[in-house]
Design a protein around this ligand. Structure first.
Ligand code: PHE
Length: 445
């Protein structure tokens, strides 16, 4: 079998775990998780989130990786190995990654921009920052950096970078969380963040948000793990590795709450302020911290955000580029060039919607529409498509890639086969019912 990965493998198990953790840990952990928690009432969100991540997240992760290792190809090639028709579904998933990446790079750009301003000792509010062309310039820069890293290859780019950046990221987040816990708003923040409310478990909207956030944060349903799966050597235990990656992902998201909520409560800002939490609420707080402390904390925070974002953006770009190569036998370089051009076209409206132009569709900024469409609805749909296709149509490839008939491995496949196809439509139906009852459709986040 020819492989679109060209037989390339990650150099070591640690390299594979760090690259996969790099894909999982991203803006979803540091930017999105705290504001989704904030919007959904704080501590009430944590239990549904943890259940979603472990009970559904780990199984789907394992199945996606097993499929990639079994086929030796990216998402399109893997699907094509089952049937011609499935190939189109694979393309749809790759397209989802492309759209996700296009707006993900806008937020990556904001992180880069705030880092640059932070280094110059400035903490602009979000409106000031996005008033001119900053969103566009930094979006272009982020797209350029991401493409450069991917062009260096799986080992020389993605793996090498993750090996340096991921341990650094963990240190940064731990340091910032310790700092957060020294602030006067700590008690109020912890109360908000950590008080569970069992009644929330009966609220379907909280569940779908939790499930959506779990999928976003783990990076499942977008073909990324199948793509990386092709680079995993034989003999690596996928269930254990996924558990390690998920643990790293949970720890970093959880710690991000200890960074953001104490800062928000100490400086009297609204923890439920939505997507702007990291880019509006926090800069104001950094301003109040005084020049020296504000400078250090801001620079470290945006550095962490940027590192987290880049290692995830890289995984999405690799997925789309390999997907395109699965369709057309073109070189890595040409495929990357084409994907970059598509990305710039698709991401520009999102970037423009947070610029002086304020581009909108149907009264909402394009960016917010894309975030809701892909971030909230697209990922569960992606998980549905990949879960059902891989566990039913592709079961022989999955079991070859799984390399294990241990009970836990079989259980994992069983969950994807039997739970995912029912759970996701039920959740969607419940959410629709809930939003009709309240006459609101849940927006962004
Ligand atoms: N998991 C990444 C994050 O938390 C985003 C991502 C989504 C990466 C889908 C890959 C695939 O930011």
């Amino acid at each position: 079998m020819t492989s679109s990965s060209g037989g390339v493998k990650f150099g070591s198990k640690a390299g594979f775990i760090l690259a996969t953790a790099g894909s999982a840990v991203g803006l979803g952990n540091i930017w999105r998780f705290p504001f989704v928690v904030g919007e959904n009432g704080g501590g009430v969100f944590l239990l549904p989130y943890l259940i979603s991540v472990t009970a559904i997240g780990i199984p789907i992760m394992v199945v996606e990786m097993a499929a990639g290792r079994g086929s030796g190809k990216g998402i399109v090639g893997t699907f094509a190995a089952f049937s011609k028709r499935a190939k189109w579904l694979g393309l749809l998933v790759a397209l989802g990654s492309l759209v996700l990446l296009s707006y993900y790079l806008v937020v990556t750009g904001w992180s880069l921009g705030y880092l640059a301003f932070g280094l110059a000792g400035r903490h602009p509010g979000f409106d000031d920052f996005t008033e001119g062309a900053n969103s566009i310039l930094f979006f272009l820069a982020s797209a350029g950096i991401t493409t450069l890293i991917v062009s260096l290859g799986v080992r020389g780019g993605i793996e090498a970078l993750s090996k340096i950046l991921m341990p650094g990221l963990l240190l940064l987040v731990v340091g910032l969380a310790i700092y957060g816990l020294t602030l006067p708003g700590r008690d109020e923040a912890l109360k908000f963040y950590l008080t569970p409310d069992p009644s929330a478990l009966a609220n379907p909207t909280v569940w779908i948000r939790a499930l959506g956030q779990a999928f976003f944060s783990l990076g499942v349903g977008m073909g990324v793990l199948t793509t990386y799966g092709a680079y995993i050597s034989r003999g690596t235990n996928l269930v254990k590795s996924s558990a390690v990656v998920v643990a790293i992902d949970i720890v970093i998201a959880f710690l991000a709450g200890f960074v953001i909520f104490p800062i928000a409560f100490t400086f009297g800002s609204e923890p439920g302020s939505g997507p702007q939490l990291a880019f509006d609420t926090l800069p104001r707080a950094f301003e109040s911290l005084g020049p020296a402390v504000g400078y250090i904390v801001a620079v470290l925070f945006y550095l962490a955000l940027l590192v987290a974002a880049l290692t995830s953006a890289v995984s999405l770009l690799e997925t789309v580029a390999v997907g395109l190569r699965d369709v057309r036998g073109i070189s890595r370089r040409v495929s990357l060039g084409i994907v970059l051009a598509l990305l710039l076209m698709l991401g520009m409206p999102s970037a423009l919607s947070y610029s002086g132009l304020g581009l909108e569709v149907a009264g909402r900024r394009v960016f917010d529409v894309v975030d809701t469409a892909v971030g909230t609805f697209g990922l569960p749909i992606g998980v549905f498509i990949t879960g059902v296709t891989l566990s039913w149509l592709g079961s022989s490839i999955v079991s070859r890639g799984l390399e294990s008939r241990a009970r836990i491995s079989l259980l994992v496949v069983w969950v994807v086969r039997w739970m995912v196809p029912f759970l996701i439509p039920i959740l969607f139906a419940a959410m629709l019912f809930d939003s009709l009852r309240h006459r609101i459709i849940p927006l962004a986040g």
